[in-house]
Write a protein that binds this ligand. Structure first.
Ligand SMILES: Cc1cc2nc3c(=O)[nH]c(=O)nc-3n(C[C@H](O)[C@H](O)[C@H](O)COP(=O)(O)OP(=O)(O)OC[C@H]3O[C@@H](n4cnc5c(N)ncnc54)[C@H](O)[C@@H]3O)c2cc1C
Length: 355
């Protein structure tokens, strides 16, 4: 039986398959709308990312997530109970500049969750129904949003994809930008006939983050299970580093000794223009100072997230321009966490379905 629909079904383009875009797309599809998701990268997830190496995977972006909103818990339980696990990060320490434990681990006030076997397993799970319906366009970067030539009340998207292929996707009633704040600003500025930038969007501030990934396969020798400290995750007050974790301590991961190190927001901003080799060397030195691990890693790789952590959010769950049919969502609307991205995508979808 077709569910009763108080509002007509619409054709909606969603730009970005991070957690916000996926949450928005799922909700709109469930409400009966015709959704197409465009993602610039070859895989969904955005900053909920896994970097695969010969030594195992690294959670290069999101380290763990918390669940405070009942709707997020319901979505996880309904769609991905086998893909999320609690992680005993109650072992999180707070370290001083020289890597000494400054504060013992406080009892975890709430569960810390990770996706298994890798952090990108959750976005992949949420992307599956879209992919099965032919509604997920990976490796497809939206370069411009314009009025539809044949139907001027609608929108068309210009994209580039595999082998620099240029395409135009037409006939959308609405467009959702589920991208970072600066990507949204850029796209709105360079697209025709769009609203002037909402002033609140200009005030959003998101810091970059350098991430260092290290593997020590030789640590797995008889009698030597791990290198360095006995803790698995720590916040650090070192001026270069804010967070370190032993990847192999997370559920579902392989045993090879691997560390992920997140640079502080201040240091990342100051060193945003560094070349990767320089950032790698500096962060490796900080890692040795903090952990006492001076062995040369078999694998050391850095990645710069240009828009990582929200410092100043928008202060509203989403933006919706009803006259033009353009919506914006993302973690930066309300915060800096995976759950904020989910809530933002969900709130925008509900607002769009209501109109
Ligand atoms: C280093 C780091 C550590 C973090 N640690 C944690 C943590 O421990 N816990 C936590 O809760 N959160 C953490 N976060 C924050 C978390 O990653 C975000 O809150 C969340 O993933 C944001 O989701 P999103 O969908 O809003 O944006 P994104 O994940 O950034 O998704 C945006 C998507 O849009 C795509 N896109 C952009 N432009 C285009 C275009 N023109 N065309 C098509 N696609 C486009 C991008 O490729 C991307 O996939 C961390 C982030 C970083 C970077």
């Amino acid at each position: 039986m077709t569910p009763h629909r108080p509002h007509p079904s619409r054709r909606i383009a969603i730009i970005g398959a991070g957690i916000a875009g996926l949450a928005c797309a799922r909700t709109l599809r469930q409400a009966g709308h015709d959704v197409a998701v465009f993602e610039a990268e070859p895989s969904p997830g955005g900053r909920m990312a896994t970097v695969q190496t010969a030594f195992g995977g690294f959670d290069a972006g999101v380290q763990y997530f918390t669940v405070r909103d009942e709707r997020f818990m319901q979505a996880l339980q309904a769609t991905a109970p086998d893909v999320v696990r609690r992680w005993s990060a109650n072992a999180v320490r707070v370290l001083d500049e020289r890597g000494r434990v400054a504060e013992a681990a406080p009892p975890a006030p709430e569960s810390h969750w990770v996706a298994v076997p890798a952090m990108d397993s959750l976005p992949w799970r949420w992307a599956e129904p879209l992919a099965a319906a032919g509604a997920l366009h990976l490796d497809t970067r939206v370069t411009r949003i314009a009025r539809d030539r044949l139907s001027p009340t609608r929108w068309q998207l210009h994209t580039t994809g595999h082998g620099d292929e240029h395409l135009v996707h037409a006939g959308f009633d609405h467009v959702v930008l589920a991208v970072t704040a600066s990507q949204a600003r850029e796209m709105l500025q360079f697209s025709e006939q769009l609203a002037a930038l909402p002033p609140a969007l200009a005030a959003v501030d998101v810091a970059p983050c350098w991430t260092l990934m290290l593997a020590y396969p030789n640590a797995a020798q008889p009698g030597l299970h791990t290198l360095g400290p006995q803790w698995n995750a720590a916040r650090s007050t070192h001026h270069r580093v804010s967070w370190l974790t032993r990847e192999s301590s997370k559920p579902g991961r392989t045993a090879v000794e691997r560390w992920t190190v997140q640079a502080s927001a201040a240091w990342s901003r100051e060193h945003e223009r560094d070349d990767p080799a320089r950032a790698n060397a500096k962060l490796l030195r900080a890692f040795a100072e903090i952990t006492g691990i001076h062995a040369t890693p078999a694998h050391a790789e850095v990645r710069l997230w240009r828009q990582a952590r929200t410092l100043v959010p928008l202060g509203r769950t989403h933006l919706w321009d009803d006259a033009r049919g353009i919506g914006l969502c993302g973690d930066w609307c309300i915060g800096s966490r995976v759950e904020d991205a989910f809530v933002s995508g969900l709130a925008l979808a509900l607002a769009m379905d209501e109109r």
